[in-house]
Design a protein around this ligand. Structure first.
Ligand SMILES: [Zn+2]
Ligand SMILES: [Zn+2]
Length: 133
């Protein structure tokens, strides 16, 4: 039996399905439904408002969005950080410039990330908060 600590509450559980224990899966499911329902009724809300209304941590809300479980399509005020550079975006999980970068990486066929500073034509779009993880 594969025992593991739940990454959420650190309880020991049988790691058959996920990284979190059944209790936390249930809890996350409720949090997900709260977010989904609130967003459905408040299409003009922001990430902060959704977080305050549902008391769901923003990083969990972002996880739902990035997993594609919550759609923010049509929510015109809803912005969240790009998963790569942190720039505010409204659709997808990463911004268009990061998408370009990922695409270029795939096309070049090499698995190694080029240094962000080496990108051509990016002097104005170059932010100090680019993360390299
Ligand atoms: Zn747990
Ligand atoms: Zn980005």
């Amino acid at each position: 039996m594969a025992l593991a600590h739940c990454i959420n509450c650190h309880r020991l559980f049988n790691k058959a399905l996920k990284d979190i224990c059944p209790d936390c899966i249930k809890k996350e499911e409720l949090q997900y439904m709260a977010c989904r329902d609130y967003l459905r009724e408040h299409m003009d809300c922001t990430l902060q408002e959704l977080h305050e209304a549902t008391e769901v941590p923003t990083n969990l809300i972002l996880k739902f969005i990035r997993e594609g479980r919550i759609s923010t399509k049509g929510a015109k005020n809803f912005e969240y950080p790009c998963a790569m550079c942190g720039k505010p975006i409204k659709v997808d999980t990463i911004c268009s410039s990061c998408q370009d970068q990922v695409k270029r990486l795939r096309e070049s066929g090499s698995g190694s990330a080029p240094p962000a500073a080496a990108r051509p034509n990016s002097s104005t779009a170059f932010h100090s908060h680019i993360r390299r993880d």
